[in-house]
Design a binder for this molecule. Structure first.
Ligand code: TYM
Length: 334
């Protein structure tokens, strides 16, 4: 709750290029929540450096991501869109929460285990405490809900545990957030290895649909998607490839699994893959057009970065000051 209105926080890393999983699992749902909630959507550039980045590229990607937020339909007048690194309260609260989070809890995080195994040469402390910074992000804004894909659920559970622990010592300081995860689209799988989730760090470009891929590329990637050999368009656990495509087609067109199965009864995988590619391409086309316009408008994007950064700082500092007082830091002398 903030100013008597329910509030919400979510964010994305500015590494790699946004893919269809990021859009269907998160961004597409964000756009529907602006009237009911006070919304904060962050470009989490501080999380991004837990893996080594090229500085100029990271800066460029952060700006591209913030621009994509707007292009996908987030109105910057109604949603606070900003860079994490512009609001020092994230780092400050993260330090405090580090002192209320157990090593054992962080050791259990599957994303840490996964990332550590992929970056054996750089298993840094930031990678380990990554979920604490995430908890700070969420708790600074007293978020009631956190709209994310399925892979972030464990991190939100940790956030709830840490917030509950803090509250039980100091009283009602933090709102305990709920994950907001849609039934469909919350776990989009790789087009090449459909038992693995679609991921920004996948080296195989054919495994992911990127938000800025052109229509031909999108259709080509769907045509090449790995599926089984029985040629029946049916959603089933033992058919991960085709089930993933049915889900993607469903979220892109608003059709249920049953409706999709019915629509393609008696048709082959070839037709279905092309239809899915076309549906996804036409869903993404307006976003791409708007993005290409917006990215040229430097002054407009700059003004959003500045104004929204200040707005986010205002709310974040309110929570931070309360927390600092609770833990016993000396008062500031004015
Ligand atoms: P990130 O940048 O990996 O992903 C951004 C969002 O996309 C969702 N997502 C998916 N959804 C469906 N299918 C997929 N294959 C898929 N891959 C990713 C993610 O669940 C996420 O919602 N740690 C976070 C960023 C973060 C954050 C936060 C999120 C930092 N602080 C506070 C919420 C609240 C991350 O790395 O997301």
């Amino acid at each position: 709750m903030l100013d008597g209105k329910k509030s919400l926080f979510s964010g994305m890393q500015s590494t790699g290029t946004l893919h269809l999983g990021n859009y269907l699992g998160a961004l597409k749902n964000w756009v529907t929540l602006e009237d009911e909630y006070q919304c904060f959507y962050c470009v989490v550039d501080m999380h991004s450096i837990t893996v080594r980045q090229e500085p100029a590229e990271l800066r460029r990607k952060a700006r591209a991501l913030l621009t994509l937020y707007i292009a996908a339909g987030l109105d910057p007048e109604k949603n606070c869109l900003y860079y994490q690194s512009h609001v020092p309260a994230h780092a400050e609260l993260s330090w405090i929460l580090n002192c209320y989070t157990y090593m054992g809890e962080l050791n259990r995080m599957t994303q840490f285990k996964d990332k550590a195994s992929k970056n054996e040469e750089n298993i840094n402390a930031g990678l380990f405490t990554y979920p604490v910074l995430m908890a700070a992000d969420i708790l600074l804004f007293q978020a009631d809900i956190v709209p994310v894909g399925d892979d972030q659920k464990q991190h939100i559970e940790l956030t709830r545990d840490v917030a509950g622990r803090f509250n039980s010592i100091y009283g009602d300081v933090f709102t305990i957030p709920e994950p907001y995860i849609k039934k469909t689209g919350a776990r989009i799988m790789s087009l090449q290895e459909p038992t693995k989730k679609m991921s920004k760090s996948d080296d195989n470009a054919n495994a992911s649909i990127y938000l800025l891929d052109d229509t031909d590329t999108i259709i080509r990637k769907f045509k090449r998607a790995v599926t089984d050999s029985d040629n029946e368009i049916r959603h089933s656990k033992d058919k991960p490839g085709i089930s993933n495509l049915i889900e993607i087609y469903g979220v892109a067109t608003g059709k249920s699994i049953e409706e999709t199965e019915k629509e393609f009864e008696g048709k082959g995988y070839g037709d279905f893959k092309i239809a899915t590619g076309e549906a996804v391409a036409s869903m993404l086309k307006p976003i791409q057009d708007r993005y290409n316009e917006l990215i040229k408008d430097k002054a407009y994007i700059d003004s959003i970065i500045k104004n929204n950064g200040e707005k986010a700082s205002y709310y974040a500092n309110k929570t931070l000051r309360k927390v600092q007082k609770k833990v016993g830091f000396p008062e500031r002398i004015r």
